[in-house]
Design a protein around this ligand. Structure first.
Ligand SMILES: Cc1cc2nc3c(=O)[nH]c(=O)nc-3n(C[C@H](O)[C@H](O)[C@H](O)COP(=O)(O)O)c2cc1C
Length: 363
């Protein structure tokens, strides 16, 4: 068994997000936008692994957001993606992202246990209770209108996964959403379970996250607001005898000068933005999810054009490091990073920003 970097040490966690999806986190029309091929993912994973980055988190998506580029129209399936990456790396944690409604819990319990063996204990699971109605319809599923039903379903789904991991005996399951007869889950993950992520925004979802997750993922628009939110979430978990760390996601444009970084931002996210895809992305967030505070959503369209609503880390290596230190000071336990072209841009971040984070004592 190797260490799972999500479980050991107290450094500020760094990961990547959405490398399995076409265009990554940036709905842009530029030809250099992210090509989410397996080969690119593998090249990146090896670089991240060698650089000591903690994790890779994929997005589970079944249909794209339209627009000229059909943003996220091309997506590598996350469980098989994670299996391949875990087999090809040594230290980094790799998550699978799973929609509860689209995947039977007995299948997922076994798949996670399998990829955890492949990675010698480095697998993780991001649980999505559902929000994207057109995607549900594409799969012939119906998204319950109320959050109570969505999260009650997710809770029973995860209870069954955990029981399959914990039980040495065959058992029957007679729940509201699942029935099973003489079922048994063998093997369990290497440590009996894996790090769990959930990215709920709604009150019902945050109950679910503080009951079940090790890491709650949430966007940050206003760091003062985030600071209070993190204190509240951690207190909510503590009242249940649990510890939950809060993570966020950021988009990086790191260049030797501010002018170069700003020029690339303008080129990707203003002059060549796939505006129809950005509109769809923002409108769907309003319609079914509470991940972004609705009072702020309309003001942050430009952040969706830049990096799917991620925290902007745009500027020189000093600016980017300073932004990460602010996230740390607000109480976040880590952030994902996205780049327009992860393979091309990560090395500059690695060589210039990571040493500053080491020197500042957060890595
Ligand atoms: C960082 C992050 C990652 C997410 N990953 C996915 C994903 O891969 N697939 C997906 O359908 N939804 C994803 N979501 C959506 C959330 O899982 C959640 O369903 C959504 O925020 C709505 O939550 P709510 O219904 O509690 O408001 C993600 C959200 C965030 C903030």
């Amino acid at each position: 068994m190797t260490q799972n970097p999500m479980l050991s040490g107290d450094r500020f966690r760094l990961g990547t997000f959405s490398t399995n999806c076409s265009s990554g986190m940036t709905p842009t029309k530029i030809a250099e936008r992210w090509d989410n091929s397996w080969d690119n993912n593998l090249t990146l994973a090896k670089m991240l692994d060698e650089a000591g980055i903690d994790f890779m988190l994929p997005i589970a998506r079944w249909i794209g957001y339209g627009g000229e580029t059909d943003f996220h129209g091309g997506v590598l399936e996350t469980m098989t993606w994670a299996a391949g990456l875990l087999a090809s790396t040594k230290n980094i944690a790799v998550f699978a992202t799973i929609h509860t409604a689209a995947n039977h819990p007995a299948v997922i319990a076994k798949q996670i246990a399998t990829i955890d063996q492949i990675g010698h204990g480095r697998a993780g699971l991001n649980i999505v209770a559902g929000w994207n109605k057109p995607e549900y319809e594409a799969l012939g599923l119906s998204l319950p209108d109320d959050h109570e039903t969505r999260y009650a379903y997710a809770q029973e789904w995860f209870d069954l996964v955990k029981k399959l991991w914990a039980s040495d005996e065959h058992f029957d399951w007679d729940g509201k959403y699942f029935k099973a007869k003489k079922i048994k889950g063998n093997p369990a993950p290497v440590r009996g379970s894996v790090p769990i992520i959930n990215a709920a925004g709604s009150p019902q979802g945050r109950e679910f996250a503080t009951d079940n997750a090790d890491f709650l993922f949430t966007p940050t628009i206003d760091l003062i607001r985030s600071k209070d939110e993190i204190v509240e979430l951690k207190a909510q978990a503590r009242a249940k005898g649990r510890n939950v760390d809060v993570l966020t996601f950021s988009h990086v444009i790191c260049r030797p000068t501010r002018e170069e970084a700003e020029a690339f931002l303008k080129y990707t996210a203003v002059d060549n933005s796939d505006t129809a895809a950005v509109d769809n992305l923002v409108n769907l967030q309003f319609a079914h999810a509470h991940s972004f505070p609705h009072d702020l959503l309309a003001q942050i369209k430009h952040l969706f054009a830049m990096g799917h609503g991620g925290f902007p880390l745009v500027g020189t290596p000093d600016d980017v490091a300073e932004g990460i230190l602010k996230l740390h000071a607000a109480g976040f336990a880590g952030t994902t990073l996205s780049f327009v072209d992860y393979v091309k841009e990560f090395p500059y971040f690695r060589d210039t920003v990571l040493p500053k984070l080491h020197a500042a004592g957060i890595r």
